[in-house]
Ligand binder design. Structure first.
Ligand code: UT7
Length: 328
């Protein structure tokens, strides 16, 4: 087994205060609590109000992660944010977060990898530590997905919510830290989950807003099948790289998109359900915020103890996927 190069010195996460229940959605959409619970496991999600910002969540999550790490924000040399919903089109979310945390001159940039954004970010952070370019990194992931879903489309509106989190990543000093990461993508399947307009090919216009092309479009059933297959493969790949067997996993923290996907992925990866963290019922799919939110909840529930082997796995638009093995 390889010695870790980087470790997570502290973690934090934050979700908005406003709760939207399935019953709330029944009032405006041709849907039902029963359908949503049976098909997805989701009971409620959290959403930001118009006067709140995604960066507010990142600031709260960062403060918690920094406090747990015992590291002041001024010591951070790099801020990386895995998100596809920055507060504004420019600059990177990481720059707005830096300003709200107190400014400074740390390098700040975003990683756009949809739901696995935080796993991509952790992998980039590990590389920057390995090269010696960075010593103390704020590695964040989260999304304000509610801002990019069509609230009139029952196929997508019921699935998503807002959330954010992250970790302070520093050089490893012992056997604890990131043991392996495995990332992948298949851009040929991008049309199955995308936002057609609002990019440089089709800038926002009255027409594409009317046609609702500025919102997420998803072929749910197709995404489901590829998600399970790719997440299972990513788990096996990351475990292989780490030299660890599925039996050695103490906790699996999968992307929280759908309880059926979580159960199928755990089965394919060979991890029993009592070792799987689930909170999709409370938050829905918060994209890149999903794994940090689940990880922080697991920590709060005493499910993470030093020395444990933790496997993180995710899948999303791109398609992108990734898995990370950590000795906690
Ligand atoms: O973050 C990663 C990206 N996203 C995902 O991982 C999501 C992957 N996909 C899924 O989770 C599931 O495919 C969904 C939850 C999106 C859908 O579940 P499904 O079991 O695949 O349902 P379906 O799309 O096959 O639709 C079944 C029926 C359809 O009606 P008909 O054609 O059978 O009459 C839909 O129109 O359910 C209908 N339906 C709904 N009914 C009530 C779709 N959405 C709803 C809804 N309420 N919200």
């Amino acid at each position: 087994m390889r010695s870790p190069i980087a470790r997570l010195a502290g973690i934090g996460a934050a979700a908005p205060a406003t709760v939207v229940t399935n019953a709330d959605l029944e009032k405006t959409l041709a849907t039902s609590d029963q359908w949503i619970v049976e098909r997805t496991g989701i009971r409620e999600r959290r959403v930001l109000q118009p006067n709140e910002s995604q960066s507010d969540l990142f600031v709260a999550a960062s403060r918690d992660a920094l406090a747990q790490a015992g590291i002041p924000f001024q010591a951070i040399d790099t801020i990386i944010c895995g998100t596809c919903t920055p507060d504004r089109r420019l600059p990177a979310a990481a720059c707005d977060i830096q300003a709200k945390l107190g400014g400074g001159t740390a390098a700040a940039f975003d990683v756009v990898a949809a739901c696995p954004g935080w796993l991509y970010t952790l992998t980039v952070a590990e590389g920057l530590i390995a090269s010696g370019n960075s010593k103390k990194i704020l590695a964040l992931g989260g999304d304000r997905v509610w801002s990019i879903v069509d609230r009139e489309d029952r196929n997508t509106a019921v699935l998503f919510g807002d959330g954010a989190g992250g970790a302070v990543v520093v050089p490893a000093t012992d056997e604890r830290g990131i043991l392996a990461t495995a990332l992948g993508a298949d851009g040929t399947l991008a049309d199955l989950l995308n936002i057609p307009a609002g990019g440089s090919n089709e800038p926002p216009s009255e027409q594409n807003i009317r046609d609702r092309r500025i919102y997420v479009q998803m072929a749910g059933r197709e995404v489901f099948k590829v998600a399970v297959r790719r997440m299972a493969q990513a788990c096996h790949q990351a475990l292989g790289k780490a030299g660890i067997r599925a039996d050695d996993i103490d906790l699996l923290v999968p992307h929280q998109a759908n309880l059926r996907i979580i159960n199928a992925t755990a089965g394919e990866a060979g991890v029993p359900l009592d070792k799987v963290m689930v909170n999709v019922d409370r938050y829905g799919n918060t994209s890149a915020g999903s794994i940090p939110l689940a990880l922080v909840q697991a920590d709060g529930e005493g499910r993470l103890r030093p020395g444990m082997v933790v496997l993180l796995v995710s899948f999303g638009a791109g398609f992108t996927w990734g898995a990370v093995v950590i000795r906690w």
